[in-house]
Ligand binder design. Sequence first.
Ligand SMILES: [Zn+2]
Length: 689
Amino acid sequence: MVLLAVSCQDKTDTNPLLASYDTPYQTPPFDKIKHEHYMPALDSAISMAKHEVEAIINNPEEPTFENTIEALDRSGKLLANVSNILFNLNEAETDSVLQQIVIEASPKLTDFSNDINLNPELFKRVKTVWEKRDSLNLTQEQSMLLDKTYKGFVRNGANLSDADKEKFRAISRELSELSVKFNQNVLAETNNYYLHITKEDDLAGLPQSLIDAAAYTAKQKGVEGWVITLEYPMFGPFMKYADNRELRKEIYMAYTSRCFKGNEYDNQEIAKRIANLRLELANLLGYPNYATFVLENRMAETPEKVNEFLKQLIDASLPAAREEVKEVESYAHELGFKGKLERWDWSYYSEKLKNAKYSYNEEELKPYFQLEKVIDGVFLLANKLYGLTFSPNSEIPVYHPDVKAYEVYDATGKFMAILYLDFFPREGKSGGAWMTSFRSQYKEDGQDIRPLVSIVTNFTKPTDKQPSLLTFYEFSTFLHEFGHALHGMLTECNYSSLSGTSVYRDFVELPSQIMENFALEKEYLDLFAVHYQTGEKIPQELVQKIIDSRNFNAGYSSLRQLGFGSLDMAWHSVTKPITMSVSDFESKVLQPLDVLPPVKGTNMSVTFGHIFDGGYAAGYYGYKWAEVLDADAFEVFKEKGIFNPEVAKSFRENILSKGGTEHPMVLYKRFRGQEPTIDALLKRSGLKK
Ligand SMILES: [Zn+2]
């Protein structure tokens, strides 16, 4: 790979990342940013941030909350801007050069944050403030910031000896390089394969929309026939509908053996190394394992509590899942299938049984979820609940022509945020869907700096024959990410370290998952979910069928999530370095939960980006945890009316606007009136009558 050779560095005033943004709402000037701008901008931003921190350290005055804790929160804003752009684009619109820049930049950023977090003089100031915290008359938000800052230092090794600090630095640096590499391997293995279909017979069973998309993709790749990629909008439906069992098996194996084939993109040793390094890091800080270290800063608090939580839900799901497999298998036998169901048969026969029981398939729904109408519908929901309005602004620069930018206002006319929407898959975009931000919200010198929020997804593309018609799952995903975006946009905090989605990890999915509940409310769907050709409202029977079928195979789906959660906890609960193979390690955890035969040559851990290349290490259980919260919280909307303004107001004031300024359980109880219980979720998913 050729590194960027910049013979003479750009002058500051010609580097758009360093100049003040001459754009609407000071949004990033994507149209002007070139690859060669990143490294010089990062270097300048890092040295500027260093100066800001040095000024805090060298302040001759006694350490106070304002001159130390608050000043730290205010520092490094330019660096945050530059690195947000770099890392967000590396997920949404990358190429080999940008990836190389990230590889080069990551250790520099880690070094910088270690320079701060391991700086003894700075820590001394923070500790001085922390020790006199009771006499400072701090607001609730200020105490949270102080606590977070102090703990941040301690958890980053501030109390370590010099020798251990060196170890800490080395481990952090290696971890950051490994997780970048892990992600790049997954992306490469996803792009390196596609199923090329040349015989029309092999399309049997596929819905027309998938055939069209496959033909379109083939055309784009310049090959004859049809192409199915490993991107989920193609892979998922293919597994569900393709009659050709051999092809299902082939693409299943391709998908589940990514990064597990012993080639240059193999992630086995990387995963093991990451887990072992994390253990070393936790031990260094005085924790028995990494999970204990992580959970100290969570609503759930300890690994024991998480494992007990997972166990309760597994106990409720496993018997149901076993029954479901029996039922699907016996239905497959009725259809002439012989022998035992394999994993590449599961979606296919499940879908057939679901159709037999509920005589509806997801394809029937898609015409009611034309992307443009769904966008209107999602904006309308935000309007009915929180009075928000969205107006597109094409003057705001974007990083790809597919991206659209909106100005967001609340009912009082207050400007709340810029929202970017980026829907379609393309090479250079990671799989899945996420919300992120280019700038978080904070207040400074009496000015409220509003956030720049972005939603990135991989939704079904329009073709030359059809507009983008979303599956129900994609529609729910949109609502989910939009919920995160609301958390980011409606925030009203003073400090950027506490604003928006800067909350405990096992609380962050409440605002997103609660939005998914609206997807099944006919009263809401009637407002926008109309057939894209006939304009007819989504029929009541169809909505009823979604509701009836929602819990189809609920045991199996729940078990799958709990399996991921258990696997994550296992990787991070070890108290000794892992020596066994990744494959054996994974089997030990997942086999007791297996309801289908295991398949040799496949592995989940090696593409488990959430935990090896993201912030979900020892935190994947948080999705289920949040389901408990969202089912319990949505009960209030169900009781008082789904658009009830008082309920929405209370959710906005107590949850969405508060960020991490108070402990999540306190915020939750203020909204709900009591602690959450597991019952609402079990009832909603049909696991408890
Ligand atoms: Zn989420």
